[in-house]
Design a binder for this molecule. Sequence first.
Ligand code: SF4
Length: 717
Amino acid sequence: DKRQPERWTRSTCPYCGVGCGVEAGTSGGRLVAIRGDKKHPANFGKLCPKPAGLPEAVHHPDRLTHPLRRHGDDFARVSWDEAFEEIAVHLGGVLEEGGPEAAAFYISGQLLTEDYYAVNKLARGFVGTNNVDSNSRLCMSSAVAGYAGAFGADGPPAAYSDISHSECIVLWGSNTADCHPVTFDRVKRRKKDPKVSVVVVDPRRTPTAAVADLFLPVRPGTDLALANAMLRVILDEGLLDRRFVERHTSGFEAAAEVAAEWTPRRAARVCGIEAEDVVEAARRFGEAKAALILWTMGVNQSTVGTLKNRAIINLCLATGNVGKVGGGPFSLTGQPNAMGGRETGGLAHLLPGYRKIEDPNHRLEVEEAWGVEPGTIPAKPGLPATELFRAVDNGGVEFLWVAATNPAVSMPDLARTRRGLRNAFVVVQDAYPTETTRLADLVLPVAGWGEKSGTMTNSERRVSLVEKVVEAPGEALADWEIFAGVARKMGFGGDFAWKDPSEVYEEYRELTRGRPMDVTGLSHERLRRGPVQWPVPERIEHAERPFGGIVRMWDRTEDEHPGTPRLYVDSKFDTPDRRARFEPTPHEGLHEPPGGEYPLVLSTGRVKNQWHTMTRTGRSEKLMKGLDGPFVEVHPEAAGEAGVENGRLVRVVSARGEFLARALVTESVEPGTIFAPFHWGDLWTGGGSVNEATHDAADPVSHQPELKGAAVRVEAI
Ligand code: SF4
């Protein structure tokens, strides 16, 4: 659309957890342009290429416009009333025969907070099942478990502004350059200061690694060996912040004992790097006045993901880098509103307001707020994503409702996932046809980005508003409206009688009162004046913590709480003794070590201009330019052994399945590792998805699967 915008509206980018502010340009009822919001503190006007593709994607002819009911291999249009009735009948039948545990909801970090809240209320408070899990399980759940274990509450303590005050920035298991480009831009700007160093830990020589002062190309699954050795060097070289450790932490001795087993030489052997580099990394981190560790999926997607998070937090605690300007552990959230999902109870073990299912008081508080009988919310946590899909496959779950995600491409062990999706009665709500809608019994069209309002929380706890700027196509509804519609059809009545999303938000925020992520000071109206970092209690005198860093004054009135740039600046944590907890983190390798028939480790990831399974970004010509289909990076040595030539199609095979991709022979990966982006599904290629090969073994605490560690072989075709 070449029209010039008649109007610009402030909103928030719907892709990654950087949560950049955008301005949506509209003309004649259409979205025609996107530009950066210069006032938004997450990006100050900068954007990566992805949101520029939104106008094409929003108005794409593929959009789903009417509810569809499966008839054999085809779908036929039905009314919303028929669709709601169909769900009510099937869900009602499953509840009667199998009980609430036979029903499940698989939702997404793409949902807005209001959507998340509505589905949680419907599922846990009225259907009576805790089987509500999100694709954030595949993304951030190890960070959730890491923070909760160390600090007593979830929530990244640092802020993006800390990057500008840090002297050492460690990017661990994070290709920030491609996956969080605007944050990476900050890192690069900071790096111009000669006293600042950047350390990158990654098995792959990514564009992020290219700017590193020190690059540690560790073998996949060896992060714990490195982290322990770094802690040991910090101790041996007197870099420990003894005062902070003694006054504000517990459990140090036990963690130090495990670390003591890891000499730099031993770690170097396990990690496949030089011992001097281990020492150098520890020194750079430990000697800096303020140091940050930023991390993402390379740490989280692991069967020891929680321990890896704890090991990173151990390093920060040992050096006093928590609650400090320019320092801290800082997980970079993958999805735009994975944080909002955690806050509203979007993981199987959570309730709104960072409450826990297992806590009877927490259940009671939520039951009272929802006006349901005590005992309505089951005491047992629901099934985390990988177990949920196993249960769908083995018949334990007979009704599955999927919202805003595409598990038929993104879940590990896809053959099992697909089998399950064929077994159960499956409702899928999405804005576009996907590999998952093809397997659904009922497809519900939703209003996408720009067609509904609501809130999102980015990686630094900043809540921003997403604005409705155009009408949704056809009969598409907002996700929260669909959940409320079904609730009303099932007779849950007035409890779901919200008229607009700001009413949903107002109900939700009451459940955050006094909680670690209190947002009682926020409303859609206030957020129209600018985004705010939680906690942000209703009145300023209710603030318990002193504020860390500089508070921006332009977006608040006198008596409003200004938000909280940094957590734990008073070194008081949310644990019973107010101390942060160290954790011993013994090294454990990959669940499926390479060897025999499958000598290589498959690591998966993303490319800069695409998002997840390409549902939206794949529908932008602008973003597809230059992409020549699925590819797999193979080291020349491994390529030689397998007889694989650069540019030729190859088959990647694991014990579970296989996919086809073009070989990119490169020294970006080490000889034992291959890398493939997981974007392409069958709708795009017909050659299978990367997740045909991955496995669903998961961390015992966070239940996050090890998507970056499948044993495979590469075959020339
Ligand atoms: Fe959107 Fe993330 Fe890119 Fe910012 S960095 S524009 S939030 S995708």
